[in-house]
Design a binder for this molecule. Sequence first.
Ligand code: DWN
Ligand code: SAH
Ligand code: ZN
Length: 405
Amino acid sequence: MTRCRICGGQVRKFFDFGRQPLSDDFRAEEDVAGAYYFQLAVGACASCSMVQLLEEVPRERMFNYDYPYHSSGSQRMREHFAQTARDLLAAELTGPDPFCVEIGSNDGVMLGVVKDAGVRHLGVEPSGGVAELARKDGVRVRTDFFEESTAAQIAAEEGRADVIYAANTICHIPYLDSVFRGVDALLAPDGVFVFEDPYLGDIVERHTFDQIYDEHFYLFTATSVRDVARRFGFELVGVKRLPVHGGEVRYTIARAGARPPAPEVEALISEEARRGLHDLDTLKGLGAGIDRICDDLVALLRDLRERGARVAGYGATAKSATVLNYAGIGADLLPCVYDTTPAKIGRLMPGSHIPIRSAAEFGRPYPDYAVLFAWNHTEEIVAREAEFTAQGGRWIVYVPSVRIL
Ligand code: DWN
Ligand code: SAH
Ligand code: ZN
């Protein structure tokens, strides 16, 4: 039996992807033998409703100097984080000497804007390579995992934070108890802990099952976040649905009693109850969607191969590891994947070993079809690669169902 990482209750499995590689482990041909595999299965706690993975991957295996994902790789995300920074500056960082801490600051895409406003800030980022990129832009970063001890040290050295912010990071941290105790140590009495992560409600609704992989340990809801916050003396006081990464929620958390909860919080929690979002039957329904999508995608790729069409992938996303390895798609069906990230180009996709080529080579020559693994950046990529469709190329997407655009 698997015990809940939050409350010790029983986690009931609703889907099992089998043995899977690490989603951001892009290796050179000669290194693939050493790749790490784990059991990727997901369940919901029968006691506290938190949806979580059943196996935890040691954090240093995922988040280390070589972590390849650069947050600044998308124009839309750069704009999203600039707007986020401006909103925090206007609403929360207004005192005489405000202090903003970001957990998982990556290449500094958000904190750079806070820095430019002349506001005291600190990123906490364990992955040394991306932390160095942020420092090159003048952003202050501590190369460390955020947890209770790190937070206590920061509080002692720099004082309390008015804002602790995190995007696509809190769901990556199984040891949430330590995170909340750290927030307790570091947050000013009237400060806010703001974080945004993929929303289980959107994953279920849009069948975006490829949000499930090693790094995404938790799939949050307003209900589960409210409950975990309460365990540590905090209250969920705000929720905002965000369109980025296929649907996320931004949670605002304050010390219990410090701020009144906005009406949207109760509204979203009620909606989740109405939808039965934490019921095992609802969650098992997602499983049927996963199998249908993977079967349809494999059938389409086989059909295209038989017809002699040239097919490639676009976007060597972490998400794509789940699709490719669960569906069993290899280089025989998809000979290569194009991507703009320097640390991924020339490497192999984890598990499927499909080679990654520079997006600059996409048109030399264009394939007939391209599977859009970065479906969350569809608008941006379709616009950037307008010449591909102008020359007759067609995009293939697979969420919420397999379609040729
Ligand atoms: O949660 C996470 C999110 C924030 O980032 C992490 N656990 C890991 C990562 O997930 P992902 O790899 O699925 O994220 P993206 O943003 O969907 O990745 C997009 C990929 O596509 C990158 O490798 C960059 C590439 N890309 C490209 O080749 N051309 C992206 C754009 C916008 C482009 O035009
Ligand atoms: N915030 C960025 C990066 C998301 S990727 C964005 O939204 O684009 C997840 C990031 O969290 C990685 O940079 C990873 O190194 C970092 N991370 C993982 N565990 C962490 C922890 N315990 N404390 C701080 N950062 C962590
Ligand atoms: Zn639980």
